[in-house]
Every structure is written in structure tokens, then in C-alpha cells.
Ligand binder design. Structure first.
Ligand SMILES: C[S@@+](CC[C@H](N)C(=O)[O-])C[C@H]1O[C@@H](n2cnc3c(N)ncnc32)[C@H](O)[C@@H]1O
Length: 229
């Protein structure tokens, strides 16, 4: 899976990462970041300029190539920022380590969005916020079918265009507070809260990693070796 993203890194900013992807609407959503914030899959860092100055962000990403592109943009980021190479499906952070988690075109890209959301649920504190900027399968039948058709080839490059992300967020144990359609019910800006224990994730620090270890890894701000998925 990481191989797809390695190949897509070079063309990412030109083809996919421009402000055509509605940077202004992302900034509106990211303004709700509060406290210790986990950003899931930073890519080449095009979102960094939309982070609010008050934010304190740990941004993860599985691809070393993407992270290498994000690093110079991180220097110009207005807020506190740590870049960490990590797998969204196996986060190296303790239970309740974050106050806010953010996804941005992430859940279409990870192989198992349900598992990624369980991991987010685990590392968020109870009452913590989840902010999502995602494209999903439209409820309009015509757009929905078009997205199904597009997914036949986009999935070859690691992106599923037709996921039911709202249902996945609820299933992972979040309460949805607000959904705004950014584009034709295909791109959604979603605000949710961790209210309940996830039906599928425990409250235990699954990896046995304490907050101290998480911070140590962050402090390294490097790109530790990670098994390819
Ligand atoms: C569509 S890009 C979005 C990047 C950025 N958020 C943006 O909007 O430009 C999806 C990103 O997810 C990353 N990704 C895919 N699988 C992942 C995983 N299991 N863990 C962490 N990141 C992953 C890819 O490397 C890629 O950078």
C-alpha cells in the first residue's frame, strides 16, 4: 500500500493537492482544533497552511516520501507541529493522548477505515473532538453510481471514492454533531465527538506504550523505520 503513495508523491501537489481542494473550507474546519491535536495522514503538507496559529499538532503519515515533502512546509506552519512516521491503523500513542483528531482525505486512502477510526477513538480522550474533511459516496443515486464507477480505477492507486464514512464514524463510537456538504454531498466537513466507549476498541493502551514513549518518539521528529504494508 505504501508503494502507491510513494509513486504518487511527485505528482501529488500538481494533480491533487491544490487549493482546488477547497482550502478555505478546510481552514474553517481546522479552526475547531483544540488542545493536543492528532492530524491523520499529512501527505505532502498542503494542509499545514490552513492550521490555526493556536494549534498544537502531531501529524502522522505512513509514506516517508510524503513526509519528506511535508517537512519544509512544516517550518512555515504557524502552529506547534511534530511530524511522525506512523501507520494510521496502529497508532503509536497512548489511550486518551489527544483532545482533537483530524482527518483530511484520509479515510478514502487507508486500507481499513474502520480500524483507523477505532485507533482514533482509542487515542482521543473521552469528550474529544473528531474533525473530518472527506470525500464519500454521495447519497444522490446518480453521483453515487459515478463514484462507484470511478472507484474501479482509483482504488488501483490506493483511493476509494465511494466509502460510507459517516456510517463508519458512528460505528466507531462517535456522535456526529454537524455535517456540512462542501461539494455536492461528495465532499463533507464533519464534526463529531467521542462520547461512548467504542464497541470494538478497549480502553487499554493496546500497544503497552505510555504517553512518555509517545512523546519520546515525537521528540525525535524523525522517520523511524516502518514495515511496509
Ligand atoms: C489523499 S492523501 C491526503 C493527504 C493530505 N491529508 C491532503 O489532504 O493532501 C492520503 C494520504 O494518506 C496516507 N496514508 C495511506 N495509508 C496510510 C496509513 N495506513 N497510515 C498513515 N497514512 C496513510 C498516504 O500516504 C497519503 O499521504
Amino acid at each position: 500500500m505504501t508503494a502507491f503513495w510513494r509513486l504518487r508523491t511527485r505528482l501529488y501537489d500538481v494533480c491533487e493537492g491544490s487549493d482546488l481542494r477547497r482550502g478555505g473550507r478546510k481552514a474553517e474546519l481546522f479552526a475547531h482544533m483544540e488542545g493536543r491535536t492528532l492530524f491523520m495522514a499529512v501527505g505532502t503538507g498542503i494542509d499545514l497552511k490552513h492550521f490555526p496559529a493556536h494549534a498544537d499538532v502531531t501529524a502522522i503519515e505512513i509514506s516517508a516520501e510524503m513526509l519528506a515533502r511535508a517537512a519544509p512546509r512544516g517550518v512555515q506552519c504557524p502552529c506547534e507541529l511534530r511530524l511522525v512516521r506512523a501507520d494510521a491503523l496502529n497508532l503509536p500513542f497512548a489511550y486518551g493522548a489527544f483532545d482533537t483528531a483530524v482527518t483530511s482525505c484520509t479515510l478514502c486512502s487507508v486500507p481499513d477505515p474502520g480500524r483507523a477510526l477505532q485507533e482514533v477513538h482509542r487515542v482521543l480522550r473521552p469528550g474529544g473532538k473528531l474533525l473530518l474533511f472527506e470525500h464519500v459516496r454521495s447519497r444522490n443515486w446518480c453521483f453515487g453510481l459515478a463514484l462507484d464507477a470511478m472507484t474501479l480505477w482509483t482504488r488501483l492507486a490506493g483511493t476509494e471514492m465511494n466509502r460510507d464514512t459517516v456510517a463508519s464514524v458512528r460505528r466507531a463510537g462517535f456522535e456526529i454533531r454537524r455535517i456540512d456538504s462542501v461539494f455536492l454531498d461528495i465532499i463533507l466537513s464533519i464534526q463529531a465527538v467521542k462520547n461512548l466507549p467504542s464497541p470494538t476498541s478497549g480502553t487499554r493502551d493496546r500497544a503497552g506504550l505510555g504517553r512518555r514513549r509517545s512523546l519520546a518518539r515525537i521528540a525525535g521528529a524523525g522517520v523511524p523505520p516502518l514495515a511496509a504494508t
